[in-house]
Design a protein around this ligand. Sequence first.
Ligand SMILES: Cc1cc2nc3c(=O)[nH]c(=O)nc-3n(C[C@H](O)[C@H](O)[C@H](O)COP(=O)(O)OP(=O)(O)OC[C@H]3O[C@@H](n4cnc5c(N)ncnc54)[C@H](O)[C@@H]3O)c2cc1C
Length: 476
Amino acid sequence: MPLLFAVEEHVLLAREMVEHRHASDVGCFRDLVDRHLVEAALHEQARGNVGNCLACRQALAGSSIQNSILHGLRTYIYPVHVWGSSTLGTFSMTSSTIKPAPIEARNQAVLVSGASFAGLASAYWLNRLGYRVTVVEVAKGLRRGGTPVDIEGETIDILARMGLADAVRAKALPPRRFEFKNEAGMTLGTVGDDQPGNERYEIHRDDLLDILFGGVASDVELLFGRSIDRLEEGADAVSATFNDGERRDFALVFGCDGNRSNTRKLLFGDGEQFTYFMGGYFFLKVVAQTGLLSANVSEVFSPPGRMAMLNGYDDRTDIGFGFRTEGEIDYDYRDRAQQRRLIHERFDKLGWKVPAMLAATSGDDDFYFDRINQIRMPSWSRGRATLVGDAGYCVSPLAGFGGSMAIIGAGRLAAALEQHSADHAAAFRHYEDGLRSFVEEVQERAASEGMSMMCPADELELAERDQKFAAGDIGF
Ligand SMILES: Cc1cc2nc3c(=O)[nH]c(=O)nc-3n(C[C@H](O)[C@H](O)[C@H](O)COP(=O)(O)OP(=O)(O)OC[C@H]3O[C@@H](n4cnc5c(N)ncnc54)[C@H](O)[C@@H]3O)c2cc1C
């Protein structure tokens, strides 16, 4: 961050913020204090002037400064009472404003397949670890579209360490309320994230893509319209042959190419063996503002075995339809007319806002339709390659956590590679061991609670859900 104020002003601002706010009030406040104090202290230190400024000297001397690139750009832990008579306790702050140099120049070429959340976040960290990163993305550009992404918990910390938390906060959508409706439009239950102190954002998928892309675009090699045709592992490298015939060697390969991962197929064989079908299909189309509901509200109507969903925004509406099936159905993924028929067969005779929703989606064929599934694998790594995000452990759209999980996966993988810098096998083991139980927990919740809340299978499951609403016993 450029030094916008004189050093003394930074110190003054930091002190004022600490004295007038409570220590537990973190988030933006933490970043602001951090910014001013760290700027002041570092500036003074660089000038050899720490001794001239009492607050800077105390901040630096009283700090335990951790300079791990991956575990906080710089984390300052210091007693806040150095600034005033009131003791506010120990405060830990992480600078999200100073982009550090790579840990070491590893100078090894690595390959990332896929340029979405998992791929861009992995590319970012690998670059920071000093690798020479190439990203191949099969599409001609970033693959845009989709419903907003939830950002919370560890994802926020990781984005802060990437220096991107402020950019995400700036694009955060207002808090959203979910209203569950019956056919007559009566509200059966409302779910919203109004828990105080729980920092959580929703951000348009495209905005997050752009932010992550901006974090790597000038630092890594990005090849659009390219994918891997073959991977052959040798003693010291993996040889990758691309779809244009070019062949290159890489020290490590990262499969970040989504639910139907190409890398997974190349490494482990037929991808279907790892697909856990969740018993349903989902249609989504984003249309211009429909006026069917207010902004910042989602409405869900779930007749047995089906779900009609609306997400309202200032400038657009998401229209979603889901339905349950016993097993997988046979359809041609290229045949959009057939997919529309599958929706009409199940929704044509329903009330509520369904007729208007069907009418609003009748235009072009630019919609999403796919089965609802997870990816469950006994291991995500093979040799010098590993999988990140949906490619290795898709949690399904019902989890509402796919984007966050991809960013967490990339952050955890980077931490493992930092710790086991000379031993990729140990790093991949560490990554899997550390993340697997969390992934399984999220998958389990999505498969049980997510499905029965959004798309109850039958009258009985619907009645159970509605009873929970009545008792106030349901939430995200
Ligand atoms: C266009 C799009 C819309 C989506 N909409 C939603 C939504 O509405 N709701 C929801 O819950 N989730 C949605 N998702 C999935 C969501 O983005 C992921 O669950 C989550 O973000 C995990 O991210 P990921 O990077 O692991 O996978 P993804 O976001 O799926 O990204 C995978 C990337 O790999 C690329 N790729 C695929 N095959 C190859 C190949 N052979 N070679 C190179 N690159 C390849 C893809 O083009 C894509 O850019 C969508 C994904 C995409 C791509």
